[in-house]
Each structure stands twice: as structure tokens, then as C-alpha cells.
Design a protein around this ligand. Sequence first.
Ligand SMILES: [Zn+2]
Length: 257
Amino acid sequence: MNCPEIRKILYPSPEKCPLTLETSKALEHLRDCVECQEHFRAQTEWSETFKEKLGSEVVPERLQTEILKEIDRRPSSKPHSPLWPVRKRRLLIAALVVSVVGAWVFHWWPSRQLFRTVFEDHARYLQAQSQVNSSNPEELESWFRDKTDFAVRVPALDSAQLLGGRLCFLKGRKAALVFYRKGGRTVSLFQLNGRGVSLAALKQAEFDGSSFWRMSFQGYSLAAFEQRGVVYVVVSDLREGELLNLASAIQVKSRGY
Ligand SMILES: [Zn+2]
């Protein structure tokens, strides 16, 4: 049996799949196959995030009411049994849900994956491996000039030491990465062109009167915001409050340019 066959047997997940003669063989394969493990891990994360989004944002009651009103307004062309409008409503609502799910899959999911790679790059350059070492913001900004299609900002922070910067690629997008050190921890500040990036794929949070987008992964946290078409992402394993304090300082400075 190959991986696609194994995944079909274990669908929708190793915990929820129907028990058949092939199940134990498939589970045996799963124990040793990193690709299949990753496949189911990604599936679980997808459905959890989706449930979260569906529960909190998608198809609000007001929207449902609007749709039902819209359906009522449409003149019914053919007289049908009294059951028909109910069925029709259900179909229309189902169609709406499908379109919202579609929007989520095609718009939010790629962004979610993009932010996952932000964590990977933070972990990859955890020793602040810079292409240019400097604690001078102007020097770093001029190093980034002509290397990106947006102006890279390097805020000087009172509470963190500036170390240097480098370029990196996030799902094929060029990003600027600036390193700071705070309390012995590396803090990564990513900046990338915000075109096509949906911050709504993350959780919204308020801090100090400002709005941020949050996500955590494997012990790291990020706080993101957008400023003049550029997405700023601050990543570290600092405590929640410290990270948001830094993100807030960076947001204030980035506004001042
Ligand atoms: Zn496999």
C-alpha cells in the first residue's frame, strides 16, 4: 500500500476512521511514515482552525437573516409543494457556507501557512545569523534598500538591543528580517509586502489601545500588524506581555516614519 491509499483508509483521521481489516496495517505504516504523520497533523490543525473561524466569524446570524430575507424577496417562478421553499433555503444556505469555506481555504489558509514559515525561519536563525551585523538602524535600513520592493524600517528600541539583519524567503516571498536581543532571547522582526496576506487568518488581540494579530506555535509566539501595505511580524519565545510590549513599541515607531 502506498501513502495515498493509507490516507484513504485512515480518513478522516487515524482516531476517527472506520475499523476495517486494513486499518492495523495502515496504522503500522503511519508509525513509520513521516509524510503521512505530517499529512494528518496538518489536517487536524486545519479542521481545528476552521472550527475556530467558523465558530467566531463565519456566517454570523445577521448574515443568515439577510440571506433568508433575500430568498423571500425573490418571486418564486414555479409553484411547488410547500416543502420546496424550505429545501431551497437549505440549499442556498449550503451554497453560501460552501462559498465562505471556499473563501477561507483560498484566502486565509495560504496566509496561515505563510505565518507558519515565519516561525520556521525564526527557529532557523535563532542565533541571529545576520548578513549584516549592526546596531545602527540607518545602516541596516540602507543595506535593505534596493533589496526589497518596499521600504524596510528598522526601529531603534529602548528595551531591546539591535543586532543585525538579513533577507529571507517566506513561501517564495522576499522578506526583511531584523534581529534584536532582549533578556538573552532572540527577537525576530519580519517585514514583507502585505499584498495577498490575510492577517484575519490569525487571532485578533488588543494591547495598549492597538490592534494586533496573534499566533503561537511550538513555544514561539508572534504578533503581527500592517502599516502602509507592509506586514510586520514580531516573533520570539518571550512572555506574552513582553512580546506585545515590543510589538507595540515597533508599531509606534513604524508609524513615525
Ligand atoms: Zn505514508
